[in-house]
Ligand binder design. Sequence first.
Ligand code: 5RP
Length: 218
Amino acid sequence: MDQNKLKQAAATAALDFVRPDSIVGVGTGSTVAFFIDGLAQRKDTLRGAVSSSEDSTQKLQAAGIEVFDLNTVSELDLYVDGADEITPQQHMIKGGGGALTREKIIAAVASQFVCIVDQSKQVDTLGTFPLPVEVIPMARAYVARELEKLGGKPVWREGVVTDNGNIILDVHNLMIKNPVALETQLNQITGVVTNGLFACRGADIVVVGTAQGPQIHK
Ligand code: 5RP
C-alpha cells in the first residue's frame, strides 16, 4: 500500500481525538497535512488551532481555521503531529521538516500528544534517521565540534533557515540507546536551541497507518 495512503489513514483516525469546540495543537509535515484536510471538513465544530510552523499556519488559514497565538491559550488538551522515527516506548525523532522547536513547545503545553505515523516510522532504536538539532547561527561550528565529540557526524542543512531564524545540523551515526539522557545532554550545549529527540516528553498515543488499517497504541 502506498505510504501516503497509510499517512492519510493515520491522520483520519486521529480526528476522533478532537473534542468539539476545542483548540487543537497542530504539528508539521505531510502526515499532518492530511490531518489539516480532515480538520477542514469539521471546522464549524472547532474553535481553532495553534500551529507549530508557518507552513501549517498557512494551510490552516487556507482551510478557514482560526490560528491562535499559543500565548493566548492557557490550556491545550490535544497536540497532533507526525514523527520521523518512533519506538515502542513512544520516544521519537522529529524535525525532518525543521519545525522541531515550535513542535516541542506545543507538545510541552498539551495534555495529550497523539503521534500519527505510517508503519515505516516504527523502529526499535532511534538514530537511523539523522537527528535534527536547531542551532543559533553563530554557534554552528562550535556546536558541530561538540556533537562530533559525542560520536555524531553533524551535517549542516545548508540553505534552510528555521521559522525562528536559526540553522539545522542533522546528526548522523548516532545509535541512541538512552534517548532521555541524550535529549537532556544535547540541550546543555551552548548555542543549541533544541534537539529533535522527543523522549522526555514522548507521545501519549500513537496512531499507526498499516496495510491492515490504523492501529492505536496507548
Ligand atoms: C517536522 C516533523 C514531522 O512531523 C516529521 O518530519 C514527519 O514528517 P512527515 O509526516 O512528512 O513524514 O517533525 O518537523
